[in-house]
Design a protein around this ligand. Structure first.
Ligand SMILES: [Zn+2]
Length: 265
């Protein structure tokens, strides 16, 4: 066990004047071979640290709280209360246990009504779980247009669509990165010369920093997903830029150097 294959707890960092905190909801497991079809035992033998005892990746699930003075924004809203046992018939995910998002938000000093909006990287269930608790919702227009099912009906009249480059909160801009979903969005946080990119699900594991060309089974457009990862790795090859990978076990905050992930803390 190491930080590369354990669940993340609350962690806070600063980006200039912005205070940025991971809000844990819980943890899931991604099956390494099923999530990344085409990878081989040799590929994974080079990255044993990220695997648990069942050769799965440990995926932290939650959201990112961004505070500027008294103001607060959330990027993604966790999975909600989910308790799903491992099902061998599921080729992509294993056991999932989530539900602690609001308690952790409270531990960080915020109730939902003290968060001015939730900005979504995309609308998969593990990013929208607690959305009905919040007042205002920011979603990339193509993501909203391609949403599935009725689970977002409850917030539909409180959704505002956003576009590439929009500043949605002081120092926070939209970076369109379609691939995982049609309207997938990363967010660039910038303040006093420091930058941090919230990667969303452009990346699910730090190993993809070294292997942006690995196909992801659940990317809606696999070629676009690869293109988005290559572009982000280039963007991160910069001394003043850090990144946040929401599903990166307990190595969520870090930097890219020499095409590899270097966690902070
Ligand atoms: Zn996700």
């Amino acid at each position: 066990m190491s930080r590369w294959n354990t669940e993340a707890g609350i962690r806070t960092t600063e980006v200039g004047e912005l205070r940025v905190s991971y809000v844990p909801d819980g943890v899931g497991r991604l099956r390494s071979r099923g999530w990344f079809p085409g990878t081989t035992d040799d590929d994974w033998a080079r990255h044993p640290d990220v695997l648990d005892e069942s050769d799965a990746l440990v995926a932290s699930m939650g959201g990112l709280l961004v505070e500027h003075g008294d103001r607060a924004l959330l990027i993604d809203a966790g999975f909600g209360t989910v308790s799903q046992a491992d099902d061998p018939a599921n080729a992509h995910v294993g056991a999932i246990t989530t539900g602690s998002f609001l308690d952790n938000l409270a531990a960080l000093g915020r109730t939902p009504d003290q968060v001015e909006a939730v900005a979504y990287t995309h609308l998969h269930p593990d990013h929208i779980g607690w959305s009905d608790r919040f007042a205002r919702h920011l979603v990339a227009a193509p993501e909203w247009d391609h949403r599935h099912g009725g689970e977002l009906d409850a917030i539909a009249d409180r959704v505002e669509t956003i576009g590439d480059g929009d500043e949605i909160f002081p120092g926070v801009r939209v970076l369109a990165t379609p691939g995982h979903t049609p309207g997938h969005t990363a967010y660039v946080l910038e303040s006093r010369g420091e930058r941090l990119i919230a990667l969303g699900d452009s990346f699910h594991s730090p190993v993809q920093i070294e292997h942006p060309g690995w196909r992801v089974a659940l990317d809606a457009d696999q070629e676009a997903g690869i293109e988005a990862r290559r572009r982000l790795v280039d963007e991160l090859d910069d001394r003043r830029t850090r990144a946040f990978g929401i599903h990166f076990a307990d190595v969520q905050f870090g930097r890219v150097r020499a095409n590899a992930w270097h966690p902070e803390h």
